[in-house]
Design a protein around this ligand. Structure first.
Ligand code: HEM
Length: 461
């Protein structure tokens, strides 16, 4: 506290004009900082900002030191090196340019081919192999969103039947934008596919490093089975929990993510499930045939929950792992809500999907690269089933909810060290841990800075 008191004295003394202007500058920078950073950088930026105000140091300099690669900073600074495949390095600025180009190309591809469902499934199957117990220390062997789906051994896994087509679909874009990692491309395609289908904007972060070789693939059997009673002698609820808990996901996320089955179909010649064709699928669009979960299977909405609940249409499929969402009491709580409230479904879906997309991902820079979440301009629906185009509410909702959940443990070691140094620098006890979001020094520093500004404004200084 002595440190704070003396700081306060310095700020309020008549001779502190220089310091005050530094304080003002820092505050302005903080106020002007981008609001659409991913949940990590946003939180980190805020935590870093307050001590920097108190010390009169530049926030932006600190953020740069952290390698927080928001587009604005990259454009201004550029030059940082990132590794997109283990052992290679590319320029961050160039990477951002390639990401933007790839995103537009993905958008065109999906719009013309109506390939939304298979690309969502590709992203999910690349990420859904993650084993949280092994964790990132075992990367890339822990599985997850690391681009290993491009290797034949993984494509040949039983759950991945048909996904070689999705990998091929994206190969041309990969050739045109070679610096974009496969891992980023698969997650990007999935998120764009959902958005184009009328679903929420999923504010992804990029910079995933690719697993380098086929030996990095996980063993078969990591993804859920659509008939676990036969394949694993497990009830559908037990099976879902076993598989998704292994990834570190929870019941709510299981139910929300299952809602992705509002898109697409099961094919007897791929997974072995469903009918060869129905009145909803006999004419495509895109590939003909298969059996969908919903009538408008190129439209992302909450009809999956309504249809699985009703189970009245013989032309719609319900796997045992879908049906259990309305049988298991804990799952049902969410499934019922999502059937009633599409906005809630979208909100929870965005959070769950973003988590899924980062499972097992090694980011370079560690904080990832954030493109503007709203950068993809709304377009007419790509779906011919009456989609209304992207729903843009989610970014705002996502950031408010995500930042509330982010804890100090999400900070990088460098950031923790930086905050600690600043904390000690103005009188914090070395024996007292720095409290994450409720750091009293941070709060006091802000108050002191605001008081100093007010004093200046009314001419007291
Ligand atoms: C909950 C456990 C899950 C099971 C048991 C499951 C099972 C299946 C099966 C059997 C198919 C049919 C594949 C084929 O015949 O080509 C399929 C398709 C699909 N799955 Fe899942 N899935 C699950 C979760 C998810 C999740 C979490 C997502 C996305 C976040 C997802 C997205 C999709 C999509 C979009 C399709 C349609 C693909 C197409 O039309 O080509 N699934 N799923």
């Amino acid at each position: 506290m002595a440190g704070v008191a003396s700081l306060s004295k310095q700020l309020c003394s008549a001779g502190s004009v220089h310091m005050l202007s530094a304080v003002e500058q820092s505050m302005h920078r903080c106020l002007a900082m981008p609001v659409r950073l991913s949940r990590g950088p946003t939180r980190k930026a805020m935590l870093f900002c307050a001590p920097s105000i108190a010390l009169g140091t530049s926030f932006l300099g600190g953020a740069a030191a952290q390698g927080v690669a928001s587009v604005g900073r990259v454009a201004a600074g550029g030059g940082a090196r990132v590794a997109m495949v283990a052992g290679t390095a590319v320029d961050t600025k160039e990477y951002v340019a390639q990401l933007r180009g790839a995103k537009e190309a993905v958008r065109e591809l999906i719009t013309s081919k109506k390939s939304n469902p298979i690309l969502v499934r590709l992203g999910w199957h690349d990420a859904g192999t993650y084993d949280a117990e092994q964790g990132m220390a075992a990367w890339p062997k822990c599985g997850g969103a690391n681009g290993s789906m491009r290797f034949k051994p993984e494509q040949s896994h039983s759950a991945n039947a048909g996904l070689a087509n999705a990998v091929l679909l994206l190969e041309d874009i990969k050739q045109r934008f070679p610096q974009v990692s496969h891992a980023d491309l698969y997650q990007m395609a999935s998120a764009v596919a959902i958005e184009i289908a009328g679903g929420p904007v999923i504010p992804l972060k990029y910079g995933r490093v690719d697993a380098a070789e086929k030996d990095d693939c996980v063993v078969d059997g990591k993804l859920p089975s659509g008939d676990p009673e036969s394949t694993h002698k497990q009830s559908p609820a037990d099976h879902l929990r076993k598989v998704f808990y292994r990834m570190g996901l929870n019941d709510k996320e299981i139910v929300a993510l299952s809602g992705a089955h509002t898109l697409g179909r099961v094919y007897p010649d791929r997974s072995g499930f469903g009918k060869a064709s129905t009145k909803y699928t006999e004419n495509g669009p895109g590939t003909k045939g298969g059996q969908s979960w919903t009538a408008e299977w190129l439209k992302f909405d909450n009809s999956y929950f309504k249809d699985v609940k009703a189970r009245t249409d013989p032309d719609l499929v319900v796997l045992s792992t879908d049906g259990v969402l309305f049988q298991d009491p804990a799952f049902r709580e969410y499934a019922e809500k999502y059937a009633e409230d599409e906005e809630l479904f979208f909100k929870d879906y965005v959070l769950a999907h973003k988590r899924l997309s980062e499972l097992g991902s090694k980011f370079d820079p560690p904080e990832g690269i954030v493109l503007d979440a709203q950068a993809v301009s709304p377009t007419p629906a790509a779906s011919n089933n009456g989609s209304n185009g992207p729903v843009a509410f989610s970014a705002k909702d996502y950031y408010s909810e995500a930042s509330a959940k982010t804890s100090k443990s999400d900070l990088s070691p460098e950031m923790k060290e930086k905050i600690r140094k600043e904390y000690l620098g103005f009188g914090g006890s070395p024996d007292t841990p720095v409290a994450g979001g409720t750091n009293p020094f941070v709060v006091i520093s802000i108050i002191v800075a605001v008081l100093a500004l007010l004093s200046k404004a009314i001419g007291a200084i």
